[in-house]
Design a protein around this ligand. Structure first.
Ligand code: ATP
Length: 240
């Protein structure tokens, strides 16, 4: 476990050590502040000292790299179940966000790579809003949520609880893939049964009623033409 006062991005730090074979076992890297935190497709993830929990976990897997496709969803299950068990009920917005009161509480960014010995690795980043300073909310420019109740907890205890459930989920995922997590994910799904839009580069590419995910972690949409499955790629989900 590495705790640093400040860095650009904990995901970037760990990923940079992968090709040189500098990771020999799981590493958790926590930063008090990230100055260049990122979400999917290089979108910014903002955090502020004392207000945010930002960490990344580098984890080796047995299975081939392509088996990791459903990993962000399994990670969401681990984090959402932990936070909910701490009396902060959250839901999962496909593919990778924890939602509280209809707005984003935490984001997950999973990036993968291969070590020189051929082992597939995932670097699993999480940014969670404990409190939300006004200037940060203004900079994000959209509805966000925070969990002041978690902010009052001992930070080490909170990280330990998140990490222990996450580690258990990762070990199981490595053996089984996403399928056994499907029902746990669906039980936490945000916007279930509601009309949603799938956006690609800002344009609506699919519409339907949100109907959970399948064994591979694809989002199922009920449309007038029947049920379709959407691969996550870089599409975004919005309420219609
Ligand atoms: P979207 O939220 O647009 O569906 P996404 O889920 O893929 O896309 P990410 O790429 O995971 O989003 O996260 C980046 C986005 O999250 C940014 O574009 C910004 O709108 C938002 N964001 C950035 N920082 C925070 C934060 N601290 N809390 C909540 N949302 C944030």
């Amino acid at each position: 476990i590495e705790a640093v006062p400040q860095t650009g991005s904990t995901n970037a730090d760990l990923l940079a050590r992968l090709p040189a074979g500098e990771l020999s076992g799981p590493v958790l890297r926590i930063a008090e502040v990230q100055t260049a935190g990122r979400g999917r497709a290089g979108r910014p993830w903002l955090s502020a000292a004392g207000a945010s929990l930002t960490f990344s976990l580098a984890w080796p897997f047995k299975g081939p790299l392509h088996r990791l496709a459903g990993l962000p969803l399994a990670v969401g299950v681990a984090l959402a179940e932990t936070v909910t068990s701490l009396d902060v009920p959250v839901q999962l917005k496909w593919p990778n966000d924890l939602m509280k009161d209809g707005a984003k509480l935490a984001g997950i960014l999973v990036e993968t790579g291969t070590a020189p010995d051929g082992t597939p690795w995932a670097v699993i980043g999480c940014g969670m809003n404990l409190t939300m300073p006004d200037e940060m909310e203004a900079a994000i420019g959209r509805a966000v949520s925070s969990a002041p109740w978690l902010a009052r907890m001992d930070r080490n205890e909170l990280v330990a609880l998140l990490l222990s459930r996450l580690a258990a989920v990762l070990a199981e995922f490595d053996d089984t893939g996403f399928a056994p997590f499907r029902d746990r994910w669906n039980a936490l799904q945000a916007w279930r049964g509601q009309p949603v839009n799938i956006l690609d580069n800002g344009s609506v590419v699919q519409q339907g009623l949100a109907a959970g995910v399948d064994d591979a972690g694809r989002l199922l949409l009920d449309t007038p033409a029947g049920r379709v499955a959407v691969l996550s790629g870089d599409v975004s989900l919005r309420l219609a």
